[in-house]
Ligand binder design. Sequence first.
Ligand SMILES: Cc1cc2nc3c(=O)[nH]c(=O)nc-3n(C[C@H](O)[C@H](O)[C@H](O)COP(=O)(O)O)c2cc1C
Length: 143
Amino acid sequence: MSSLQCLLYMSQATRAMSPAEIDRLLQGARERNRLRGITGALLYYDGRFVQVLEGEAAAVEQCFALIQTDPRHEQVTALHRGPIEAAGFPEWSMRYVSLDGPGDRAVAAFLDQLQRQPTPERVKQAITLLHRLASTATEPPAR
Ligand SMILES: Cc1cc2nc3c(=O)[nH]c(=O)nc-3n(C[C@H](O)[C@H](O)[C@H](O)COP(=O)(O)O)c2cc1C
């Protein structure tokens, strides 16, 4: 039996990422994730990344180990690891999601809380937020 694992982490971009840089990052990530059977979503907002990785436990850990050493971000902190029955982002080797702009203070405040205290409830809310953003019809341009 295969065991599906979900990992949620947050990190801080080392410096602001341009849309072209995000695109490049996504291109590489998607190619490698496809090969490893990994799916998920990446939120870039206000200089922060929040990412969900899902797949075989070993593949997810291997992927996360590489991600942690990436100089494009720092303070890479795993907030949650847990088994899942089915992939939440089955169609996406890495869905990119964003918010409308730096005006969304409530989300920024939520991300602060999540990072300080990733309670099970906040972890659930964060994954739900990514699902909700990912279920919009079209993927936003990288920003
Ligand atoms: C925020 C962020 C998210 C990333 N997500 C993934 C990912 O989902 N899958 C992946 O293979 N690489 C991802 N990467 C890229 C990896 O960190 C790394 O560059 C990649 O695995 C290639 O490693 P290599 O250059 O040693 O071959 C991400 C990087 C950053 C900064």
